[in-house]
Design a protein around this ligand. Structure first.
Ligand SMILES: Cc1cc2nc3c(=O)[nH]c(=O)nc-3n(C[C@H](O)[C@H](O)[C@H](O)COP(=O)(O)O)c2cc1C
Length: 334
């Protein structure tokens, strides 16, 4: 499955473990990279020192390619993006992915460091702007994706429009969790695939087990697109598993922020003991305590296609084997 992605990136397979916020960690990114995909760290919510440390640890663990993601939306960033990007590049990142904002001001800085820049877009117009700004790879995220969202369009109609709009490699994100989805994205003209929810359900993901198991148990209709978990990142819609917080708010007639049931509830604590509020944007990382079912458990409609928890390298191998079969013989069983 050689694609144009291979021209900018030394990967064996057109498979990217998406940045999945605090669920990323060195062991996950390295496992994917070791098996021929692109691993990813998401560092937006880390300190600058923590950013340098996690990148150094990861690059010391694998010889494969690893990207580092920064979200650009200043409603959630903790540091000026320029400073954070300097920390990422100084730590040796060769691949940087930027999402939820305009990448233009940062492209030259990444290129000056000799690194490659990916930017996530939600429309063909945004893709054109990103390519014109010099972005090396465009990631088209459809609205069925898990986590925070930047599109009103599903992956299937979005990807062909983005592919038509730009000359740089395009990676499809949202709704892909098995090899048939990989094959479908390549058939749409994408050069790679970007999977988030599927990698939440891996042994290496930095999440509490309850979250992994709920992803596996979920059907495709068990997620909601909402702006509910807005403390920490207001005004940006996200897709999460339906849970008791969503159901209680729904039953109360979906009141606006400030008037929701249990607005001041503390539903648990982060591993370092910080309280997590009911409508907080924290995902339940490994070591979190309390009622983690009630937290934001980010997942896409691809949860309906995610059927087991596996080691991440095995996920990559299975995706590749099944995609190859599907490309040879459309309609092949997964
Ligand atoms: C748990 C979780 C956390 C996420 N965190 C980030 C993030 O930090 N930065 C980002 O650009 N996208 C983030 N996303 C979106 C993913 O990168 C990706 O676009 C999405 O997962 C693709 O859809 P899928 O979940 O159907 O595979 C997150 C997604 C999930 C499920």
């Amino acid at each position: 499955m050689r694609t144009a992605l291979h021209d900018v990136l030394d990967v064996d397979h057109p498979i990217v473990q998406a940045p999945i916020g605090s669920a990323t960690r060195p062991g996950l990114a390295a496992a994917v990279a070791d098996d021929g995909g692109l691993g990813h760290l998401a560092v937006t919510w880390r300190s600058l020192d923590g950013t340098r440390e996690v990148i150094a640890e990861t690059l010391g663990t694998t010889d494969g390619p690893v990207a580092v993601n920064l979200a650009l939306d200043d409603r959630t960033t903790h540091h000026p993006t320029g400073e954070h990007l300097d920390a990422v590049l100084d730590a040796g990142a060769e691949f940087v992915s930027l999402s939820f904002g305009d990448p233009t001001p940062y492209v030259d800085r990444v290129h000056d460091a000799g690194a490659t820049v990916f930017a996530t877009v939600g429309t063909a117009e945004e893709a054109r702007e990103a390519a014109a700004a010099g972005v090396d790879v465009v990631v088209a995220q459809g609205w069925e994706a898990g986590g925070h969202l930047q599109s009103e369009v599903a992956t299937m109609p979005l990807v062909p429009r983005v592919v038509d709009a730009v000359d740089v490699p395009v990676v499809a994100a949202g709704g892909i969790a098995d090899g048939r989805g990989v094959a479908a994205a390549l058939a749409l003209g994408a050069d790679g695939t970007w999977l988030g929810t599927r990698f939440v359900a891996t042994e290496e993901a930095n999440v509490v087990d309850d979250y992994r198991q709920r992803v596996v148990a979920a059907g495709a209709t068990d997620t909601v697109r909402t702006d509910l978990f807005d403390e920490g990142w207001p005004g940006r819609e996200h897709r999460v598993l339906e849970n008791s917080t969503v159901e209680t708010w729904d039953a109360a007639g979906r009141p606006p922020s400030g008037e929701r049931p249990g607005e001041d509830d503390v539903v648990g604590a982060s591993p370092d003991g910080y309280p997590v509020e009911r409508y907080g944007d924290d995902l339940p990382v490994a070591g979190a305590t309390g009622d983690t079912e009630a937290w934001a458990q980010y997942a896409g409609q691809s949860a309906g296609v995610t059927e087991d928890v596996r080691p991440a390298g095995e996920v990559v191998r299975e995706l590749v084997a099944t995609a190859e079969r599907a490309l040879e013989r459309p309609g092949a069983d997964a």
